[in-house]
Design a protein around this ligand. Structure first.
Ligand code: F0G
Length: 465
């Protein structure tokens, strides 16, 4: 008689959903891929999506919606003013994020534009826990200067710490001391920190930022784009929160801020949309009178009624613990696999993406020859997996001197869309990264041959050196 192997003591977990509709994938031949990436100027943003096999460019707007969200799309009230879906969205944001006043925007940067314009005066300083591309752009366009106050540990890809997205309280206090509170319209706190590798900020740190800024009458605005993922990390890593739900943690976290900008295309499980939320009525009135200039009436802000309904329902689904366990769990699965094989990735694994350390991949390529850009191109050539550069190209130029910023982190982001790919897709991706790692010594750098004026990483073109 054959004996059965002993069963594991704990059971595996799986996604809390099953698949109802599928979208076929295609893979080009190696020759076709080489041609496609050269035609795209070695910029993965310029590839056609039809030429991509597994698309890990971004988790933004790439989510799969649930049947409940799709059902909501049929209930779109496409009235110009006062759509019922706006009130559903407003109620979902008030319930789960806790802010008082809400206006939709077409996506996150729409909200950033409005907030920057109403709060920032020329000569102001806006501290933040690391820059984000569009956020800093709008702060600078309004005449502000972004000041990085993330903890120094965030710039070290190897350090294994639970909250590498925290604000450096000493650096923030020093800035307040140096320029004065009057020159700081608000602190911009991002949860999680995208450019640091999707690293979270702790509740304790958020409370401390609140305490410090309160003494000086400085507001805090949250970039809540991935705040639900941040809440999941707090539940996993911070003492006192294991027994709380993600929804409870999110609400407490937001309560230490005065409002938020939001790209609904991430946490909120939709393909388009965002919002600006504020607690101060006078500020909201200013915001809503500017929303009509840039986005649309304050009850739709550039969104269709059906899209607002999908986002309202997406918010409800996003704060479920089961959803977050599987969402962040999938990212960790890919990251830990690569780490286990000795591939250099940012540690610990973040919430929405695995970040390859391009400096460690290609130590022989100087940063001015764009190692992360070259690595993203090499990965596409190997397998049709599309990733994104998050290094010197994304960092852009200093607004005063015009010199390139040289960020310490030179990364390639494998960003996982929510509820889209399976574990097998993660395995194929990991195998392709491993193949590129094996060939790393042969890699060469790139030269930028076209540089757009704004947010250059989106449209810059390169050639091989
Ligand atoms: N803030 C963060 C932290 C983001 O990651 C993004 C977008 C935005 C703001 C802007 O939101 O795209 O809706 O206008 N991040 C995308 C990404 C583009 O791929 O990381 P948006």
């Amino acid at each position: 008689m054959t004996t059965l192997k002993p069963r594991p003591a704990t059971r595996s977990w799986a996604e809390p959903w099953k698949v109802k509709m599928v979208e076929p994938l295609h893979m080009l031949t190696a020759d076709q891929r080489s041609r496609a990436i050269a035609e795209a100027g070695f910029n993965t943003f310029l590839l056609r999506s039809d030429d991509v096999y597994i698309d890990l460019l971004t988790d933004s707007g790439t989510n799969a919606m649930s049947d409940w969200q799709w059902a909501g799309m049929m209930l779109g009230d496409e009235a110009y003013a006062g759509s019922r879906n706006f009130y559903n969205l407003e109620a979902a944001i008030q319930k789960h994020y806790g802010y008082r006043f809400v206006t939709p925007t077409h996506q996150g940067r729409g909200a950033e534009n409005i907030l920057s314009q109403i709060c920032i005066k020329p000569g102001d300083y806006v501290p933040g826990n690391m820059y984000f591309t569009t956020t800093r752009h709008h702060q600078e366009a309004a005449g502000g200067t972004f000041v990085d106050v993330v903890v120094p540990e965030a710039h070290d890809p190897r350090l294994e710490l639970p909250f590498k997205g925290n604000v450096d309280l000493k650096a923030l206090a020093a800035l307040i001391e140096k320029v004065g509170a009057k020159k700081i319209p608000y602190v911009c706190v991002a949860a999680t920190v995208n450019m640091a590798g999707g690293q979270p900020i702790s509740m304790e740190n958020m409370k401390a930022v609140r305490a410090l800024t309160k003494q000086h009458g400085i507001r805090i605005f949250l970039d809540a784009t991935r705040a639900v993922e941040n809440a999941w990390f707090i539940k996993q890593r911070e003492a006192g929160y294991a027994g709380k739900t993600v929804a409870e943690i999110l609400l407490e976290f937001c309560s230490y801020s005065d409002g938020c900008t939001m790209s609904g295309k991430k946490d909120a499980l939709v393909n388009i949309g965002g919002w600006l939320a504020l607690n101060d009525q006078a500020l909201y009135e200013e915001a809503s009178s500017l929303v009509v200039v840039y986005e649309g009436l304050h009850t739709y802000g550039g969104m269709a009624g059906r899209d607002m309904e999908a986002m309202a329902r997406g918010i409800v689904e996003s704060v479920q613990d089961d959803h977050m366990r599987s969402r962040v769990g999938q990212v960790e699965y890919l990251g830990e696999k690569l780490h286990g094989w000795g591939v250099p990735v940012v540690r610990p694994i973040g919430g929405h993406a695995v970040y390859l350390d391009a400096k460690a991949f290609y130590p022989h390529i100087p940063q001015d020859q764009f190692p992360a850009q070259a690595l993203a191109a090499a990965l596409y050539e190997d397998s049709g997996v599309r990733a994104m550069e998050r290094g010197i190209v994304s960092a852009g130029r200093d607004k005063v001197t015009g010199e390139n910023h040289h960020p310490k982190l030179e990364l390639v982001r494998l960003t996982i869309p929510r509820r889209v790919y399976t574990q097998a897709h993660m395995d194929v991706t990991a195998e392709s990264v491993a193949a590129v790692w094996d060939e790393r010594k042969k890699a060469t750098g790139l030269e930028m041959v076209f540089e757009p004026k704004h947010l250059r990483f989106f449209q810059a073109r390169f050639k091989r050196r």
